[in-house]
Design a protein around this ligand. Structure first.
Ligand code: CU
Length: 384
Protein backbone atom coordinates (compact mmCIF):
# COMPACT_ATOMS: atom_id res chain seq x y z
CA UNK A 1 0.00 0.00 0.00
CA UNK A 2 1.45 3.33 -1.00
CA UNK A 3 0.40 6.13 1.24
CA UNK A 4 1.35 9.75 1.24
CA UNK A 5 2.83 9.16 4.69
CA UNK A 6 5.23 6.48 3.47
CA UNK A 7 6.15 8.55 0.45
CA UNK A 8 6.89 11.54 2.62
CA UNK A 9 8.82 9.46 5.11
CA UNK A 10 11.07 8.19 2.34
CA UNK A 11 11.62 11.70 1.08
CA UNK A 12 12.27 13.01 4.58
CA UNK A 13 14.81 10.30 5.29
CA UNK A 14 16.50 10.94 2.00
CA UNK A 15 16.72 14.61 2.93
CA UNK A 16 18.10 13.78 6.39
CA UNK A 17 20.72 11.46 5.03
CA UNK A 18 21.75 13.93 2.39
CA UNK A 19 22.24 16.48 5.16
CA UNK A 20 24.46 14.00 7.02
CA UNK A 21 26.37 13.27 3.88
CA UNK A 22 26.63 16.92 2.97
CA UNK A 23 28.38 17.54 6.27
CA UNK A 24 30.66 14.57 5.70
CA UNK A 25 31.31 15.80 2.21
CA UNK A 26 32.22 19.27 3.46
CA UNK A 27 34.66 17.93 6.02
CA UNK A 28 36.17 15.56 3.50
CA UNK A 29 36.56 18.36 0.97
CA UNK A 30 38.15 20.60 3.60
CA UNK A 31 40.59 17.88 4.50
CA UNK A 32 41.66 17.81 0.86
CA UNK A 33 43.51 21.05 1.25
CA UNK A 34 44.25 23.17 -1.81
CA UNK A 35 47.95 23.01 -0.97
CA UNK A 36 47.93 19.20 -1.33
CA UNK A 37 50.31 18.42 -4.13
CA UNK A 38 48.69 17.88 -7.50
CA UNK A 39 49.35 14.46 -8.94
CA UNK A 40 50.96 14.67 -12.35
CA UNK A 41 49.35 12.08 -14.59
CA UNK A 42 49.75 13.96 -17.88
CA UNK A 43 52.40 11.59 -19.18
CA UNK A 44 50.46 8.51 -18.28
CA UNK A 45 48.59 6.43 -20.82
CA UNK A 46 44.80 6.48 -20.59
CA UNK A 47 42.52 3.61 -21.40
CA UNK A 48 38.73 3.85 -21.77
CA UNK A 49 36.95 0.67 -20.77
CA UNK A 50 33.33 -0.06 -21.59
CA UNK A 51 31.74 -2.02 -18.80
CA UNK A 52 29.60 -5.08 -19.50
CA UNK A 53 26.80 -6.49 -17.37
CA UNK A 54 27.50 -9.46 -15.05
CA UNK A 55 28.10 -12.38 -15.05
CA UNK A 56 30.47 -11.29 -17.83
CA UNK A 57 33.46 -9.00 -17.58
CA UNK A 58 35.11 -6.62 -20.02
CA UNK A 59 38.16 -7.83 -21.98
CA UNK A 60 41.38 -7.42 -20.01
CA UNK A 61 44.96 -8.64 -19.80
CA UNK A 62 45.62 -11.02 -16.93
CA UNK A 63 49.22 -9.86 -16.66
CA UNK A 64 50.85 -6.79 -18.12
CA UNK A 65 54.36 -5.49 -18.73
CA UNK A 66 53.01 -2.02 -19.52
CA UNK A 67 53.56 0.76 -16.99
CA UNK A 68 50.56 1.78 -14.84
CA UNK A 69 47.87 3.76 -16.63
CA UNK A 70 44.67 5.66 -15.96
CA UNK A 71 41.67 3.44 -16.59
CA UNK A 72 38.51 5.38 -17.36
CA UNK A 73 35.11 3.90 -16.59
CA UNK A 74 31.64 5.42 -16.79
CA UNK A 75 28.56 4.27 -14.92
CA UNK A 76 24.99 5.49 -15.04
CA UNK A 77 22.94 5.06 -11.90
CA UNK A 78 19.58 3.63 -12.87
CA UNK A 79 16.57 3.45 -10.60
CA UNK A 80 14.00 1.05 -12.00
CA UNK A 81 11.46 -1.54 -10.91
CA UNK A 82 12.91 -5.00 -11.55
CA UNK A 83 11.57 -8.56 -11.28
CA UNK A 84 13.10 -10.67 -8.52
CA UNK A 85 11.40 -14.01 -9.09
CA UNK A 86 8.93 -15.70 -11.38
CA UNK A 87 6.11 -15.34 -8.87
CA UNK A 88 5.72 -11.63 -9.40
CA UNK A 89 7.99 -10.21 -6.73
CA UNK A 90 9.34 -6.86 -7.90
CA UNK A 91 11.86 -4.53 -6.35
CA UNK A 92 12.31 -0.80 -6.75
CA UNK A 93 15.88 -1.43 -7.81
CA UNK A 94 18.72 1.04 -7.49
CA UNK A 95 21.59 0.03 -9.73
CA UNK A 96 25.00 0.88 -11.01
CA UNK A 97 24.62 0.79 -14.79
CA UNK A 98 21.26 -0.98 -14.75
CA UNK A 99 22.35 -4.38 -13.47
CA UNK A 100 22.29 -6.04 -10.05
CA UNK A 101 25.13 -6.35 -9.18
CA UNK A 102 26.86 -3.48 -10.96
CA UNK A 103 29.55 -4.40 -13.51
CA UNK A 104 32.88 -5.96 -12.52
CA UNK A 105 35.75 -3.56 -13.22
CA UNK A 106 39.22 -4.96 -13.82
CA UNK A 107 42.49 -3.01 -13.54
CA UNK A 108 46.05 -3.78 -12.46
CA UNK A 109 47.77 -2.85 -9.25
CA UNK A 110 49.26 0.62 -9.56
CA UNK A 111 46.72 1.80 -12.14
CA UNK A 112 44.50 4.79 -11.45
CA UNK A 113 40.77 4.18 -11.65
CA UNK A 114 38.91 7.19 -13.00
CA UNK A 115 35.17 6.76 -12.74
CA UNK A 116 32.55 9.09 -14.15
CA UNK A 117 29.40 8.50 -12.13
CA UNK A 118 26.19 9.84 -13.62
CA UNK A 119 22.90 10.31 -11.77
CA UNK A 120 20.36 10.96 -14.56
CA UNK A 121 17.66 13.57 -13.99
CA UNK A 122 14.83 11.02 -14.06
CA UNK A 123 16.13 9.44 -10.85
CA UNK A 124 14.62 10.43 -7.51
CA UNK A 125 17.48 9.82 -5.11
CA UNK A 126 20.98 10.99 -4.29
CA UNK A 127 23.66 8.35 -4.75
CA UNK A 128 27.41 7.94 -4.46
CA UNK A 129 30.02 5.19 -4.57
CA UNK A 130 32.22 3.75 -1.83
CA UNK A 131 35.05 1.60 -3.21
CA UNK A 132 36.45 -0.79 -0.61
CA UNK A 133 39.60 -0.79 -2.74
CA UNK A 134 40.12 2.99 -2.39
CA UNK A 135 41.82 4.91 0.39
CA UNK A 136 40.28 7.93 2.13
CA UNK A 137 37.10 9.97 1.75
CA UNK A 138 34.73 7.13 2.73
CA UNK A 139 36.16 5.08 -0.11
CA UNK A 140 35.19 7.90 -2.44
CA UNK A 141 31.69 8.15 -1.01
CA UNK A 142 32.40 11.59 0.45
CA UNK A 143 33.48 12.96 -2.94
CA UNK A 144 30.85 11.47 -5.20
CA UNK A 145 27.41 12.29 -3.76
CA UNK A 146 25.38 13.20 -6.82
CA UNK A 147 21.85 14.56 -7.07
CA UNK A 148 19.63 13.58 -9.99
CA UNK A 149 20.92 15.52 -12.98
CA UNK A 150 24.52 15.63 -11.71
CA UNK A 151 27.65 13.71 -12.55
CA UNK A 152 30.99 13.43 -10.80
CA UNK A 153 34.44 12.06 -11.55
CA UNK A 154 36.46 10.22 -8.92
CA UNK A 155 40.04 9.09 -9.29
CA UNK A 156 41.74 6.67 -6.95
CA UNK A 157 44.90 4.65 -7.05
CA UNK A 158 44.43 0.89 -7.13
CA UNK A 159 47.28 0.38 -4.71
CA UNK A 160 46.48 -3.10 -3.42
CA UNK A 161 45.51 -6.16 -5.43
CA UNK A 162 42.39 -8.20 -4.88
CA UNK A 163 38.66 -8.38 -5.44
CA UNK A 164 36.77 -5.67 -3.59
CA UNK A 165 33.17 -4.60 -3.23
CA UNK A 166 31.91 -1.17 -4.22
CA UNK A 167 28.53 0.10 -3.12
CA UNK A 168 26.36 3.17 -2.71
CA UNK A 169 26.60 4.79 0.73
CA UNK A 170 24.65 8.04 0.71
CA UNK A 171 24.51 8.35 4.50
CA UNK A 172 22.53 7.10 7.51
CA UNK A 173 19.69 4.67 6.88
CA UNK A 174 19.97 5.31 3.15
CA UNK A 175 23.13 3.17 3.14
CA UNK A 176 21.66 -0.26 3.92
CA UNK A 177 18.54 0.51 1.95
CA UNK A 178 20.40 1.44 -1.24
CA UNK A 179 22.65 -1.60 -0.86
CA UNK A 180 19.79 -4.05 -0.42
CA UNK A 181 18.02 -2.35 -3.32
CA UNK A 182 20.87 -3.52 -5.57
CA UNK A 183 23.54 -0.82 -5.42
CA UNK A 184 26.72 -2.82 -5.19
CA UNK A 185 29.28 -4.41 -7.46
CA UNK A 186 32.96 -5.37 -7.45
CA UNK A 187 36.35 -4.42 -8.81
CA UNK A 188 39.23 -6.83 -9.42
CA UNK A 189 42.70 -5.36 -9.11
CA UNK A 190 45.10 -7.89 -10.59
CA UNK A 191 48.79 -8.04 -9.68
CA UNK A 192 50.68 -6.59 -12.66
CA UNK A 193 52.28 -9.97 -13.29
CA UNK A 194 49.00 -11.81 -12.85
CA UNK A 195 47.64 -14.29 -10.32
CA UNK A 196 49.94 -16.76 -8.60
CA UNK A 197 49.30 -20.06 -6.87
CA UNK A 198 50.41 -21.15 -3.39
CA UNK A 199 53.94 -21.75 -4.79
CA UNK A 200 54.10 -18.31 -6.42
CA UNK A 201 53.74 -19.93 -9.84
CA UNK A 202 51.68 -17.99 -12.37
CA UNK A 203 48.12 -19.13 -12.99
CA UNK A 204 45.73 -18.12 -15.71
CA UNK A 205 42.01 -18.43 -16.24
CA UNK A 206 40.05 -18.96 -19.43
CA UNK A 207 37.06 -16.98 -18.26
CA UNK A 208 35.69 -15.01 -15.37
CA UNK A 209 32.19 -15.45 -13.96
CA UNK A 210 31.08 -12.56 -11.80
CA UNK A 211 28.42 -13.62 -9.31
CA UNK A 212 26.98 -10.87 -7.14
CA UNK A 213 24.76 -12.12 -4.36
CA UNK A 214 21.96 -10.03 -2.89
CA UNK A 215 19.62 -10.36 0.02
CA UNK A 216 16.30 -8.65 -0.74
CA UNK A 217 13.59 -7.63 1.70
CA UNK A 218 10.37 -7.32 -0.25
CA UNK A 219 7.33 -6.55 1.87
CA UNK A 220 4.03 -8.42 1.61
CA UNK A 221 0.55 -7.00 2.02
CA UNK A 222 -2.18 -8.29 4.35
CA UNK A 223 -3.09 -10.97 1.78
CA UNK A 224 0.45 -12.29 1.65
CA UNK A 225 1.12 -10.82 -1.80
CA UNK A 226 4.37 -9.04 -2.57
CA UNK A 227 3.77 -5.31 -2.58
CA UNK A 228 4.62 -3.08 -5.52
CA UNK A 229 5.40 0.60 -5.36
CA UNK A 230 5.48 3.55 -7.70
CA UNK A 231 9.02 4.59 -6.88
CA UNK A 232 11.81 3.88 -4.41
CA UNK A 233 10.70 6.55 -1.93
CA UNK A 234 7.25 5.08 -1.51
CA UNK A 235 8.69 1.60 -0.91
CA UNK A 236 10.96 2.75 1.89
CA UNK A 237 8.98 2.38 5.11
CA UNK A 238 7.44 -1.02 4.32
CA UNK A 239 10.81 -2.30 3.09
CA UNK A 240 12.55 -0.98 6.20
CA UNK A 241 10.20 -2.97 8.40
CA UNK A 242 11.21 -6.19 6.64
CA UNK A 243 14.90 -5.22 6.53
CA UNK A 244 15.08 -4.59 10.26
CA UNK A 245 13.86 -8.09 11.00
CA UNK A 246 16.92 -9.36 9.07
CA UNK A 247 14.95 -12.11 7.32
CA UNK A 248 15.38 -11.74 3.57
CA UNK A 249 12.48 -12.56 1.27
CA UNK A 250 15.01 -13.55 -1.41
CA UNK A 251 18.69 -14.41 -1.55
CA UNK A 252 19.71 -14.35 -5.18
CA UNK A 253 22.62 -14.34 -7.56
CA UNK A 254 22.73 -11.56 -10.12
CA UNK A 255 19.54 -9.80 -9.17
CA UNK A 256 16.84 -12.41 -9.39
CA UNK A 257 15.90 -16.04 -9.00
CA UNK A 258 17.03 -17.86 -12.14
CA UNK A 259 19.39 -15.14 -13.40
CA UNK A 260 22.08 -17.81 -13.85
CA UNK A 261 20.11 -21.02 -14.31
CA UNK A 262 18.33 -22.72 -17.21
CA UNK A 263 18.77 -20.65 -20.38
CA UNK A 264 20.95 -18.24 -18.44
CA UNK A 265 23.32 -20.93 -17.14
CA UNK A 266 27.04 -20.26 -17.30
CA UNK A 267 28.98 -22.34 -19.81
CA UNK A 268 32.35 -24.04 -19.68
CA UNK A 269 34.29 -27.05 -20.98
CA UNK A 270 36.28 -29.87 -19.47
CA UNK A 271 39.85 -28.62 -19.20
CA UNK A 272 38.82 -24.97 -18.99
CA UNK A 273 39.74 -22.88 -15.96
CA UNK A 274 37.23 -20.41 -14.59
CA UNK A 275 37.67 -17.70 -12.01
CA UNK A 276 34.48 -17.13 -10.06
CA UNK A 277 34.39 -13.73 -8.41
CA UNK A 278 31.68 -13.66 -5.78
CA UNK A 279 30.61 -10.50 -3.96
CA UNK A 280 28.13 -9.87 -1.18
CA UNK A 281 27.94 -6.27 0.01
CA UNK A 282 25.66 -6.83 2.99
CA UNK A 283 25.58 -10.35 4.36
CA UNK A 284 27.78 -13.43 4.78
CA UNK A 285 27.61 -16.25 2.28
CA UNK A 286 29.31 -19.58 1.61
CA UNK A 287 29.71 -20.55 -2.03
CA UNK A 288 29.99 -24.21 -3.00
CA UNK A 289 30.30 -25.82 -6.43
CA UNK A 290 28.36 -29.08 -6.26
CA UNK A 291 30.46 -31.84 -7.81
CA UNK A 292 33.53 -29.62 -8.07
CA UNK A 293 35.94 -27.70 -5.87
CA UNK A 294 37.86 -24.52 -5.42
CA UNK A 295 41.32 -25.48 -6.71
CA UNK A 296 42.72 -22.15 -5.55
CA UNK A 297 40.56 -19.89 -3.45
CA UNK A 298 41.28 -16.36 -2.33
CA UNK A 299 38.51 -16.50 0.20
CA UNK A 300 39.01 -12.92 1.31
CA UNK A 301 39.77 -11.95 -2.27
CA UNK A 302 43.16 -10.42 -1.55
CA UNK A 303 45.86 -11.58 -3.96
CA UNK A 304 48.83 -10.70 -1.74
CA UNK A 305 47.78 -13.64 0.44
CA UNK A 306 48.44 -17.17 -0.82
CA UNK A 307 45.31 -18.93 -2.03
CA UNK A 308 43.80 -21.84 -0.14
CA UNK A 309 43.66 -25.13 -2.02
CA UNK A 310 41.04 -27.79 -2.73
CA UNK A 311 38.23 -26.13 -0.83
CA UNK A 312 34.75 -27.62 -0.68
CA UNK A 313 33.00 -24.46 0.48
CA UNK A 314 34.38 -21.00 1.03
CA UNK A 315 33.24 -18.07 3.06
CA UNK A 316 32.56 -14.62 1.69
CA UNK A 317 32.17 -12.13 4.48
CA UNK A 318 29.37 -9.61 4.04
CA UNK A 319 31.02 -6.51 2.59
CA UNK A 320 33.66 -8.37 0.61
CA UNK A 321 34.36 -10.17 -2.64
CA UNK A 322 36.29 -13.43 -2.97
CA UNK A 323 37.70 -15.33 -5.92
CA UNK A 324 37.83 -19.06 -6.63
CA UNK A 325 39.71 -20.72 -9.47
CA UNK A 326 38.59 -24.11 -10.77
CA UNK A 327 39.48 -26.27 -13.75
CA UNK A 328 36.55 -28.45 -14.81
CA UNK A 329 37.33 -32.17 -15.05
CA UNK A 330 33.93 -33.69 -15.77
CA UNK A 331 31.04 -32.68 -18.02
CA UNK A 332 27.55 -32.06 -16.68
CA UNK A 333 25.39 -29.44 -15.08
CA UNK A 334 27.03 -28.11 -11.96
CA UNK A 335 25.07 -26.14 -9.40
CA UNK A 336 26.99 -23.30 -7.81
CA UNK A 337 25.15 -22.44 -4.62
CA UNK A 338 25.18 -20.56 -1.38
CA UNK A 339 25.54 -23.64 0.84
CA UNK A 340 22.96 -22.43 3.25
CA UNK A 341 20.72 -24.74 1.24
CA UNK A 342 17.53 -23.01 2.30
CA UNK A 343 18.88 -19.85 0.74
CA UNK A 344 20.08 -21.78 -2.31
CA UNK A 345 16.97 -23.78 -3.05
CA UNK A 346 14.07 -21.94 -1.45
CA UNK A 347 15.22 -18.34 -1.63
CA UNK A 348 17.07 -18.35 -4.96
CA UNK A 349 20.87 -18.41 -4.45
CA UNK A 350 21.70 -20.93 -7.17
CA UNK A 351 23.60 -20.72 -10.46
CA UNK A 352 24.25 -23.46 -13.00
CA UNK A 353 27.38 -24.13 -15.02
CA UNK A 354 26.83 -26.36 -18.06
CA UNK A 355 30.14 -28.09 -18.79
CA UNK A 356 30.79 -29.92 -22.06
CA UNK A 357 33.38 -32.62 -22.56
CA UNK A 358 34.15 -36.27 -22.02
CA UNK A 359 33.35 -38.13 -18.85
CA UNK A 360 36.32 -39.50 -16.89
CA UNK A 361 35.49 -42.90 -15.41
CA UNK A 362 38.60 -42.82 -13.30
CA UNK A 363 37.28 -39.89 -11.31
CA UNK A 364 33.77 -41.34 -11.04
CA UNK A 365 31.89 -44.33 -12.40
CA UNK A 366 28.56 -45.92 -11.81
CA UNK A 367 29.50 -49.51 -11.07
CA UNK A 368 25.89 -50.60 -10.66
CA UNK A 369 22.91 -48.46 -11.53
CA UNK A 370 20.13 -48.41 -8.93
CA UNK A 371 18.81 -52.01 -9.02
CA UNK A 372 16.22 -53.92 -7.00
CA UNK A 373 18.15 -56.34 -4.82
CA UNK A 374 15.44 -58.87 -3.85
CA UNK A 375 14.87 -60.47 -0.47
CA UNK A 376 18.32 -61.89 0.20
CA UNK A 377 19.41 -58.68 1.86
CA UNK A 378 17.54 -56.55 4.23
CA UNK A 379 18.39 -53.00 5.10
CA UNK A 380 16.62 -53.35 8.44
CA UNK A 381 18.84 -54.26 11.30
CA UNK A 382 17.50 -56.17 14.26
CA UNK A 383 17.13 -53.88 17.22
CA UNK A 384 19.22 -54.87 20.21
CU1 CU B 1 22.34 4.92 -3.93
Amino acid sequence: MITRRTALMGAALAATSSAILASQQTSASESMTPEAAKVELAGMARKKVKLVPPPFVHAHEQATTEPPCVVEFEMNIIEQEMPVDEDGAMIQGMTFDGSIPGPLMVVHEGDYVELTLINPPENAMQHNIDFHSATGGLGGGALTLVNPGEKTILRFKADRPGTFVYHCAPGGPMIPWHVVSGMSGAIMILPRDGLKDHNQQPVRYDQVFYVGENDFYIPKDENGEYMRFEDPGSSYSDTLEVMNKLIPSHVVFNGRVGALTGENALKSKVGETVLIVHSQANRDTRPHLIGGHGDLVWETGKFNNPPERDLETWFIRGGSAGAALYRFKQPGVYAYVNHNLIEAVNLGATAHVVVEGDWDNELMAQIMPPTAYGELHTSKKALP
